[in-house]
Ligand binder design. Structure first.
Ligand SMILES: [Zn+2]
Length: 261
């Protein structure tokens, strides 16, 4: 079943087609091209803007009155970073959601199991993380990415994911019907630390995230970031953020589904 947003887009295309022919025939090709541009923008903007919900609902914050945020950590499990992350999170009494890659869960199921056993939530970040092409995936390929990752997480942790984060946040226009089919929700963020970009600096990562600190904010960080010598960088960023959150009186919580907005 198409969502109301998708029905709106389909109707938009249907309405634009006769308008396009009329514009080209009666008025001008410039007007016709402008209509084509607008119709394409209506589809491509929500695909490439992770927080834009024109194609279907996207979670970008959660409802709370308390000084708490939802810290989400993408791209694990990583046999080097995950153990350090889990110890750091325990030390700061932080509970987080890990959006994991299914193929890494298959390779390191013990670390996905440890995330769940230590009180964190383990959710779906695709099976193979096809960041470059996910936006143009068809229904069958999307189904494979979602279902394979769900199966890997269920096998390792005993719980099937209900939340999904798209690789680098870029959606496919066909994603929402597949999520609906599996009873899953798409989660974006309110702010990202850009910790995966070159020139990693824990102070700058923390600065970007903390600049948008507010009750109900969703932060994104990553595992598996290494320097040129192969040394893990991600734990330094996480520790800096946890220190700063504690200093400002904030905690990290996993919000209940009904609080997601
Ligand atoms: Zn990712």
């Amino acid at each position: 079943m198409a969502s109301s947003c998708q029905r709106g887009l389909i109707l938009g295309f249907a309405a634009a087609s006769p308008l396009l022919i009329a514009a080209a025939w009666s008025w001008s090709w410039t007007l016709a091209l402008a209509i084509v541009g607008l119709v394409h923008a209506a589809v491509l903007l929500p695909v490439f803007m992770p927080r834009l919900g024109w194609l279907g609902p996207v979670v970008t914050r959660f409802e709370t009155e308390k000084p708490e945020i939802w810290l989400t950590i993408d791209d694990g499990p990583d046999p080097v970073d995950t153990p350090i992350f889990l110890d750091l999170l325990d030390r700061y009494a932080a509970r987080v959601t890990f959006f994991v890659k299914g193929e890494l869960v298959v390779r390191h199921p013990e670390w996905a199991a440890a995330m769940a056993a230590r009180g964190h939530s383990v959710q779906n970040h695709t099976q193979t993380h096809p960041a470059g092409w996910f936006w143009c995936y068809g229904a069958a390929a999307l189904r494979r990415e979602l279902s394979a990752c769900n199966a890997a997480v269920a096998q390792a942790t005993g719980a099937t994911p209900t939340l999904f984060r798209a690789p680098v946040g870029i959606k496919s226009p066909l994603l929402h019907p597949q999520l609906d089919r599996l009873g899953m929700r798409l989660v974006a963020w309110s702010v990202r630390g850009f910790d995966g970009v070159r020139g990693f600096d824990p102070e700058r990562v923390a600065g970007r995230l903390l600049a948008k600190l507010a009750p109900g904010a969703i932060f994104v960080m990553h595992q598996g970031i290494r320097d040129d010598a192969g040394e893990p960088l991600s734990p330094r960023g996480l520790e800096r953020v946890l220190e700063e959150l504690r200093a400002r009186g904030y905690s990290c919580t996993i919000p209940p589904p009904e609080a997601l907005r």
